[in-house]
Design a protein. Structure first.
Length: 348
């Protein structure tokens, strides 16, 4: 199984995030991807390659061009307006309610206003190289997808920053561009076939759901922590099933507190049944390993053995499968957890 990796992710290097009303070291940092890379390289059975460059057109096919334009220059503009700041985080968030009974919102002219226009929360700082890293993650996702479209049964993209929280018009949740959504649209648009995104990250992929909620060519299936207690809180409930042409093609499966291997695998089996019924040509897995029992920002209880069982169960679908990295924040265990999930998928 090929691994696509780029050191461009090192350019996104925040040292501080603001979360739960405190400033602290970020849970999403360069060490996550590096420990995965080191573990897979040490295994010796995962050949590595660099991504190709894909340009901005695939991003603009999913995201508002204004978001792309903003992320291209935002960090530098913020420095010019506010002085030297290593991490840049909004201090104001735009809400349509602020212009209730008035004209529709428009992008603010000042960089301080635009920060909160394009971002939806506080944990996702921009750094000097964030844009280049996010572009590298998209190139990684698309190159991994091309490997599978060209005939490989499975391929793994070590994407960082992750992507599934990024909506068509907003970044947040450690995510800037939605890597899995960009890859899924590329498959659907270039092959004319159906695609499923299976999201196994602990945190619901609100961005992926929003992007495909009214489409009938991309199914979204997600197992995640119940949003009654888990980020992103206001989305990810079981009654969100799609709309218009996409009605019935959005399946959310909130998991109970401390769900163990057997509980999680029972949910995954139900998800796989729904995927088989949809009949996609290609499966894209948003692979979050923050369902692990010692993850610092999650509350499920899946084990390393459980991850290998999950990969094996997904393999039973018999679909060409693109695996793209999302979350997972117990860095000491993350590399081995990724390896074992992939070993389960490939069968050895």
């Amino acid at each position: 199984m090929h691994v696509v990796y780029t050191p461009a992710h090192l350019r996104h290097d925040p040292h501080v995030e603001f979360e739960t009303s405190t400033a602290h070291s970020p849970f999403e940092h360069i060490g996550r991807a590096e420990t995965i890379r080191e573990t897979l390289q040490a295994d010796g059975s995962f050949p590595f390659r660099a991504p190709d460059e894909w340009g901005t057109a695939p991003i603009e096919a999913i995201h508002d061009p204004g978001l792309l334009r903003f992320l291209t220059t935002a960090w530098a503009e913020y420095q010019a307006a506010n002085g030297d700041h290593r991490e840049v985080t909004p201090d104001f968030f735009y809400s349509s309610d602020l212009r209730n009974k008035m004209s529709p919102p428009t992008e603010p002219p000042s960089i301080n206003g635009r920060m909160g226009y394009w971002c939806f929360e506080t944990t996702t700082p921009l750094t000097e190289g964030t844009y280049e890293a996010a572009r590298g993650a998209v190139d990684t996702a698309l190159t991994t997808t091309k490997l599978v479209l060209d005939g490989e049964r499975y391929a793994y993209g070590l994407c960082r920053p992750p992507g599934h929280h990024a909506t068509s018009r907003r970044y947040g949740g450690y995510c800037f561009f939605n890597n899995a959504a960009i890859a899924a649209h590329h498959v659907a648009a270039t092959t004319g076939t159906k695609v499923t995104i299976l999201d196994v990250d602990y945190h619901h992929g609100n961005g992926t759901q929003e992007i495909f909620y009214d489409r009938d060519d991309v199914q979204y299936v997600s197992l995640h922590g119940d949003p009654a207690r888990a980020y992103p809180y206001s989305i990810g409930y079981a009654d969100e099933t799609g709309t218009g042409r996409g009605l019935g093609l959005n399946l959310n499966m909130p998991m109970p507190l401390r769900a163990d291997d057997d509980t999680y695998l029972a949910g995954l089996a139900t998800a796989c049944d729904a995927i088989s019924a949809f009949g996609p040509s290609t499966l894209i897995v948003s692979l979050g390993l923050d369902t692990f029992f010692t993850d610092p920002i999650s509350d499920l209880a899946v084990t390393t053995d459980g991850f290998e069982r999950c990969g094996a169960l997904v393999a039973e679908l018999g679909l060409p499968t693109v695996v793209l990295q999302e979350g997972g924040y117990d860095v000491s265990a993350l590399g081995e957890n990724v390896r074992r999930w992939l070993v389960g998928l490939r069968g050895s």
